[in-house]
Design a protein around this ligand. Structure first.
Ligand code: GRF
Length: 218
């Protein structure tokens, strides 16, 4: 029996972040196994990705529960049955209630396609583009009871160009998501993260030296 901790990944759609996590685990870059992938959508491509790598999957239709809490309690039951240490949301389109968060306190990560606290919600790339910011990016954060308000673990930055569309910007951000999410999961599992008053500390792991960036850079 493997002594590696298990993580659970929750998806609702394509699961390209799930794929990045699977690839990193298989390459030995994250010290864990993926115990289970759960989706609230039967046709989520993330489920196909998981199955093709031999990972157990569960489909749980949120519409068949009377309340968000009942749905969350069921998810918790499944995750506990797989002895999950960390839950990773990867395009999971349901808000989690205290029922879920209480079962996994500061043990639920999410990836968001914007530089939080700017542009929370479901349209990060569109909102960044409409605002006219020169940089956007992605954020890995712990989930708390707010919407995209939890402690920030890692961010990656991309430039925003004047001829970007929502799609081109989202694609540029997504590429960075695939790098930064596995890295953040690794830091968590290596117990490099400590949280104090809403701030996450990594003990200076991966400190950048001499970073500076301009856009436009003429
Ligand atoms: C990503 O943009 C992620 O930031 C957001 O949902 C999207 C999921 O994409 N939370 P995928 O399913 O991982 O391809």
């Amino acid at each position: 029996m493997s002594s590696l901790p298990s993580i659970g990944v929750l998806v609702s759609g394509s699961g390209s972040n799930l794929q990045a996590i699977i690839d990193a685990v298989e390459a030995g870059c994250i010290p864990c196994k993926i115990g289970v992938v759960i989706s609230n959508k039967a046709d989520a491509y993330g489920l196909v990705r998981a199955r093709s790598h031999g990972i157990p999957t569960e489909f749980v239709d949120h519409r068949s529960f009377d309340s968000r809490e009942a749905f969350d309690a069921h998810l918790v039951k499944i995750l506990r049955s797989y002895d999950i240490r960390l839950v990773c949301l990867a395009g999971f389109m349901r808000l989690l209630t205290p029922t879920f968060l209480g079962a996994f306190p500061m043990r639920v990560l999410n990836i968001h396609p914007a530089l939080l606290p700017s542009f929370p919600g479901t349209h990060g790339p569109r909102d960044a583009l409409n605002y006219g910011v020169r940089f956007s990016g992605c954020t890995v954060h712990f989930i708390d009871e707010g919407i995209d308000t939890g402690p920030i673990v890692a961010q990656a930055v991309v430039p925003v160009y004047e001829d970007d569309t929502e799609e081109s910007l989202a694609a540029r951000i997504l590429k960075e998501e695939h790098r930064v999410y596995p890295m953040a999961i690794r830091l968590f599992l290596e117990e490099k993260l400590t949280i104090s008053e809403k701030k996450v500390f990594t003990g200076n792991a991966g400190r950048i030296s001499g970073f500076s960036c301009r856009n436009p850079d003429t």
